[in-house]
Design a protein. Structure first.
Length: 78
């Protein structure tokens, strides 16, 4: 999924499963393809976390990622 920031930059959202960490992730790549941040849902711990790997990420990108992940990641099933 591609998200365009107000400055015209293109940010890529990649959703996937991580078997080793037992959960789902939404990885966000910056316009240069760098790993900007991740939202991770741990099925083991039943938590959802945010980890940033860069500084100065536009808040609208963070908000869009949370809005995209929330309905997919915030519900846990046993």
């Amino acid at each position: 999924m591609l998200h365009v920031a107000s400055d015209g930059s293109h940010w890529q959202f990649v959703i996937g499963s991580d078997v080793n960490r037992d959960g789902l992730y939404l990885e966000v790549q910056d316009p240069d393809g760098g790993f900007a941040f991740e939202i991770f849902r741990s099925d083991r711990a039943k938590t959802t976390t945010f980890s940033a790997f860069q500084e100065d990420i536009p808040i609208e990108i963070v908000e869009a990622a949370v809005a995209y992940a929330r309905p997919r990641f915030w519900t846990f099933e046993d």
